[in-house]
Design a protein around this ligand. Structure first.
Ligand SMILES: [Zn+2]
Length: 55
């Protein structure tokens, strides 16, 4: 069980999250939004991001 799974367990939410990476600054982040066009990088606010497939 990963760290994020533990956090999810603590807060009792099973809300689906999506994993993205910013193509501008390489920051990886998660969002509950599945619509990529509605997601921006939390670091540089760039909307040029791509989805990361779960390992
Ligand atoms: Zn960025």
């Amino acid at each position: 069980m990963g760290f994020l799974d533990s956090v999810r367990g603590l807060f009792g939410t099973d809300e689906r999250t999506f994993h993205y990476v910013c193509e501008r600054c390489d920051t990886e982040f998660e969002s509950t939004k599945s619509d990529m066009s509605a997601v921006a990088c939390p670091d540089c606010r760039s909307t040029k991001i791509r989805a990361v497939s779960p390992a």
